[in-house]
Ligand binder design. Structure first.
Ligand SMILES: Cc1cc2nc3c(=O)[nH]c(=O)nc-3n(C[C@H](O)[C@H](O)[C@H](O)COP(=O)(O)OP(=O)(O)OC[C@H]3O[C@@H](n4cnc5c(N)ncnc54)[C@H](O)[C@@H]3O)c2cc1C
Length: 438
């Protein structure tokens, strides 16, 4: 690449950033992809790591490997702290990167709607979140096995999942399968199948973004698996060992439980608010930046914002959803726009091609919305499997995941059932508490 090549800085190597970098493969540009992690994470399969079905490396691909054949991309491991808009530089903790074009694709994180519940009700966004949740689930069963008091044992075997969107539904379905099938023969003092799995949502149906008939089918599948679906119900307090639930029209009630998992809210990366303040723009309530039809920031044609961090609403009733296909198509669109610009061609507006949405509930159970066609049950699950396996970044992982799923489909086994992160049953970590043996 010559010294005069345009410099493209990409912040974030998630679905949007990585797609943009790849689509610039043969463009006369020098790309710098900056991420605070050294790997691309396939978030749609995080719940499989959280429930012991897959290992972290199955769903993560190192950037240097993914981009090893693309000579015009330099990968930088670093945390972006700020933007110097006038000087056209991205500021890291330990240096800065100059750009002619900036693509910001820093994604989103959980929202607890202003509550400080992160530690008590972990959400699922990173590999660390997934292994932490996995440990909590498995430790709860271990502790229950040694707990002589029936009430405390029941609380240890109660799992509350807050939020019945796709992630909450996946987690609830997988937890039901673990307790009813995977762990069935593993314990001597408890019946894991007696575990209570409560899926709670403030709205009146599960998968609220899907058509009503698919919501109803998803709820029926969950209930067949043994999940209790509590709708019109919100969580008003989370404390160690108890959540308080409020169902519309009823008084609040405390539910003793050892494990609460959060799948309720999403908030854009704090880089959104920072970029807004540096460019004199503002964010919406979810922290996202509204973009122009070509995905650039208003008044800043050199800066594009894509994926979960952006809000694209042109010609639509509501902004595009925070899903991987939107981020990937936007990444490719910005790459095309940069190439067009370098050739002096005008910037074309972005249009999203919605090829349908899929949500899985468990083994052979899923729902798929293709606009006029709605599919559920095994065909939807099979489609879900094909789409997810084919989209894994690394070919080696596609093969590994397929083999692992084929094996667990037949045996119900989830071999990545490891307690890591230093999590210990409390009987070991707190001398004198519990610890009595059967
Ligand atoms: C549990 C879960 C399940 C999901 N399931 C589905 C699904 O089934 N189907 C679907 O379509 N979508 C699903 N999604 C949504 C999908 O993952 C997102 O829409 C998509 O990841 C958005 O892409 P993005 O590029 O905007 O951000 P991301 O993919 O989140 O990438 C953001 C990147 O930016 C990096 N970054 C952030 N801040 C900084 C910083 N300050 N400095 C440096 N780097 C930074 C991060 O490390 C990350 O690599 C799911 C999401 C989650 C959390």
């Amino acid at each position: 690449m010559g010294p005069d090549s345009a410099r493209v800085a990409i912040v974030g190597g998630g679905f949007g950033g990585l797609a943009a970098a790849r689509a610039l493969r043969s463009a006369p540009v020098e790309v710098t992809l900056i991420d605070r992690r050294n790997f691309h994470l396939f978030q749609p399969l995080l719940y499989q790591v959280a429930t012991g079905g897959l290992s972290p490396a199955n769903i993560a691909t190192p950037f240097r490997w993914a981009l090893r054949r693309q000579a015009n991309v330099d990968v930088v491991l670093g945390e972006v702290r700020d933007f110097d808009i006038a000087g056209q530089r991205v500021l890291l903790g330990d240096g800065s990167i100059a750009y002619d074009h900036l693509i910001v694709a820093a994604g989103a994180t959980h929202s607890y709607f202003g509550h400080d519940w992160q530690a008590l009700a972990p959400g699922l966004k990173t590999i660390e979140d997934a292994t932490r949740i996995r440990s909590r689930i498995l430790v709860a069963f271990e502790r229950a096995d040694r707990e002589p008091d029936p009430e405390r044992r029941a609380a240890l075997l109660t799992f509350v999942i807050v939020g019945a969107g796709p992630t909450g539904v996946e987690l609830a379905g997988a937890l039901a399968e673990i307790s009813r099938h995977t762990l069935r023969h593993d314990f001597r003092h408890i019946d894991p199948g007696s575990a209570r799995i409560l899926l709670v949502d403030a709205v009146d149906r599960v998968l609220a973004a899907y058509p009503a008939d698919l919501s109803a089918r998803a709820q029926a599948s969950l209930e067949e698996l043994g999940v209790s679906v509590l709708l019109n119900t919100s969580v008003s307090a989370v404390a160690e060992g108890e959540v308080t639930l409020e169902t519309r029209g009823e008084p609040p009630r405390g539910v003793p439980c050892a494990t609460v998992l959060w799948a309720a809210g999403v908030q854009a990366s704090p880089l959104g608010a920072l970029l807004a303040s540096r460019t004199g723009l503002s964010t919406d309530r979810a922290g996202r930046l509204a973009v122009e039809p070509d995905l650039s920031l208003p008044g800043h044609p050199a800066i594009s914002v894509i994926g979960d961090l952006s809000s694209y609403a042109h010609g639509l009733e509501r902004p595009l959803p925070g899903v991987a296909p939107v981020a990937m198509q936007q990444g490719r669109h910005v790459a095309r726009r940069i190439r067009d610009q370098l050739r002096g061609a005008p910037a074309a507006p972005f249009t999203y091609r919605d090829r349908g949405t899929l949500a899985t509930i468990g083994r052979a159970r899923a729902v798929a919305d293709f606009g006029r066609f709605h599919v559920s049950g095994f065909p939807a699950w099979f489609l879900w499997l094909v789409v997810h396996v084919m989209n894994l970044t690394q070919a080696q992982n596609r093969l590994l995941v397929l083999t692992q799923w084929a094996w667990s489909y037949v045996t119900y086994n989830r071999s990545a059932r490891l307690i890591t992160d230093g999590a210990r049953p409390s009987a070991e970590s707190e001398p004198g508490s519990g610890g009595s043996m059967h």
